[in-house]
Unconditional design. Structure first.
Length: 135
Protein backbone atom coordinates (compact mmCIF):
# COMPACT_ATOMS: atom_id res chain seq x y z
CA UNK A 1 0.00 0.00 0.00
CA UNK A 2 1.23 3.50 -0.83
CA UNK A 3 2.18 5.38 2.35
CA UNK A 4 -0.20 8.29 2.91
CA UNK A 5 2.80 10.57 3.42
CA UNK A 6 3.64 10.58 -0.30
CA UNK A 7 0.18 11.87 -1.25
CA UNK A 8 -0.20 15.63 -1.45
CA UNK A 9 0.66 18.68 -3.49
CA UNK A 10 4.34 19.35 -4.06
CA UNK A 11 6.04 22.47 -5.50
CA UNK A 12 9.37 22.16 -7.32
CA UNK A 13 12.24 23.75 -5.37
CA UNK A 14 15.34 22.34 -7.10
CA UNK A 15 16.33 20.53 -10.25
CA UNK A 16 19.67 18.80 -10.96
CA UNK A 17 20.65 17.68 -14.50
CA UNK A 18 17.14 17.93 -15.91
CA UNK A 19 18.66 19.44 -19.05
CA UNK A 20 20.81 16.33 -19.60
CA UNK A 21 17.72 14.15 -19.22
CA UNK A 22 15.81 16.30 -21.72
CA UNK A 23 18.72 16.04 -24.20
CA UNK A 24 18.47 12.24 -23.89
CA UNK A 25 14.75 12.46 -24.72
CA UNK A 26 15.74 14.16 -27.96
CA UNK A 27 13.36 17.14 -28.20
CA UNK A 28 15.36 20.41 -28.20
CA UNK A 29 12.31 22.69 -28.34
CA UNK A 30 10.63 20.96 -25.41
CA UNK A 31 13.91 21.05 -23.46
CA UNK A 32 14.20 24.84 -23.69
CA UNK A 33 10.62 25.30 -22.50
CA UNK A 34 10.69 22.62 -19.78
CA UNK A 35 13.79 24.05 -18.13
CA UNK A 36 11.96 27.30 -17.39
CA UNK A 37 8.79 25.82 -15.92
CA UNK A 38 7.92 25.74 -12.23
CA UNK A 39 6.17 22.43 -11.75
CA UNK A 40 3.65 21.28 -9.19
CA UNK A 41 3.09 17.58 -8.58
CA UNK A 42 -0.14 16.25 -7.10
CA UNK A 43 -0.19 12.64 -5.89
CA UNK A 44 -3.52 11.07 -4.95
CA UNK A 45 -4.79 7.65 -3.95
CA UNK A 46 -8.37 6.54 -4.66
CA UNK A 47 -8.78 2.99 -3.35
CA UNK A 48 -6.27 0.87 -5.26
CA UNK A 49 -5.96 3.48 -8.03
CA UNK A 50 -3.16 6.06 -7.87
CA UNK A 51 -3.06 9.33 -9.77
CA UNK A 52 0.01 11.47 -10.38
CA UNK A 53 -0.52 14.91 -11.92
CA UNK A 54 2.28 17.17 -13.07
CA UNK A 55 0.96 20.70 -13.44
CA UNK A 56 2.69 23.68 -15.07
CA UNK A 57 1.65 26.99 -16.64
CA UNK A 58 2.27 25.51 -20.12
CA UNK A 59 0.96 21.95 -19.96
CA UNK A 60 -0.32 19.32 -17.57
CA UNK A 61 0.31 15.59 -17.53
CA UNK A 62 -1.82 13.09 -15.60
CA UNK A 63 -1.57 9.34 -15.40
CA UNK A 64 -3.12 6.71 -13.17
CA UNK A 65 -2.08 3.20 -12.27
CA UNK A 66 -2.49 0.27 -9.93
CA UNK A 67 0.60 -1.05 -8.17
CA UNK A 68 2.22 -4.15 -9.65
CA UNK A 69 0.09 -3.99 -12.83
CA UNK A 70 1.78 -3.11 -16.10
CA UNK A 71 -0.07 -0.46 -18.09
CA UNK A 72 0.21 1.33 -21.43
CA UNK A 73 1.24 4.95 -21.06
CA UNK A 74 1.34 7.64 -23.74
CA UNK A 75 3.64 10.40 -22.58
CA UNK A 76 1.71 12.91 -24.68
CA UNK A 77 2.53 15.96 -22.60
CA UNK A 78 6.16 14.93 -22.07
CA UNK A 79 7.89 13.40 -25.11
CA UNK A 80 4.98 11.83 -27.05
CA UNK A 81 6.08 8.21 -26.73
CA UNK A 82 4.21 5.00 -26.03
CA UNK A 83 5.71 3.02 -23.15
CA UNK A 84 4.73 0.13 -20.92
CA UNK A 85 5.03 1.16 -17.29
CA UNK A 86 5.13 -0.89 -14.11
CA UNK A 87 5.00 0.86 -10.71
CA UNK A 88 5.98 -0.99 -7.53
CA UNK A 89 7.03 -0.24 -3.96
CA UNK A 90 10.67 -1.04 -3.20
CA UNK A 91 11.06 -0.32 0.50
CA UNK A 92 9.92 3.28 1.00
CA UNK A 93 10.38 4.18 -2.69
CA UNK A 94 7.75 4.22 -5.42
CA UNK A 95 9.57 2.88 -8.50
CA UNK A 96 8.43 2.95 -12.13
CA UNK A 97 10.15 0.95 -14.87
CA UNK A 98 9.21 1.94 -18.42
CA UNK A 99 9.91 -0.09 -21.55
CA UNK A 100 9.62 1.24 -25.07
CA UNK A 101 11.56 3.15 -27.71
CA UNK A 102 14.01 4.65 -25.19
CA UNK A 103 15.88 2.05 -23.13
CA UNK A 104 16.54 2.05 -19.38
CA UNK A 105 13.78 4.53 -18.63
CA UNK A 106 11.88 5.13 -15.40
CA UNK A 107 11.63 7.11 -12.19
CA UNK A 108 11.65 6.79 -8.40
CA UNK A 109 9.73 8.89 -5.84
CA UNK A 110 10.28 8.97 -2.08
CA UNK A 111 9.84 11.27 0.92
CA UNK A 112 12.84 12.41 2.93
CA UNK A 113 13.02 15.35 5.36
CA UNK A 114 9.39 16.24 4.50
CA UNK A 115 10.34 16.73 0.85
CA UNK A 116 9.31 14.71 -2.20
CA UNK A 117 12.32 13.43 -4.11
CA UNK A 118 12.17 12.31 -7.74
CA UNK A 119 14.98 10.66 -9.65
CA UNK A 120 14.36 10.01 -13.33
CA UNK A 121 16.55 7.88 -15.56
CA UNK A 122 16.85 7.55 -19.32
CA UNK A 123 19.70 5.50 -20.72
CA UNK A 124 22.32 6.47 -18.12
CA UNK A 125 21.19 10.08 -17.82
CA UNK A 126 19.82 10.87 -14.36
CA UNK A 127 17.99 13.90 -13.06
CA UNK A 128 16.93 14.75 -9.52
CA UNK A 129 14.16 17.05 -8.39
CA UNK A 130 13.22 18.12 -4.91
CA UNK A 131 9.79 19.44 -4.03
CA UNK A 132 8.29 20.85 -0.87
CA UNK A 133 4.61 20.64 -0.19
CA UNK A 134 1.66 19.74 1.89
CA UNK A 135 0.37 16.30 2.67
Amino acid sequence: IMPASICGTWELISNVNFEGYMVALGDPCLRKIALKLKLRKVIEQHGDQYVIKTVSPLRNYTFSFKLNQEFEEFTQRLDNRHVKSLVTWEGNKLVCVQTGEKKNRGWTHWIEDDKLHLVGILHRELFNTLSSGSK
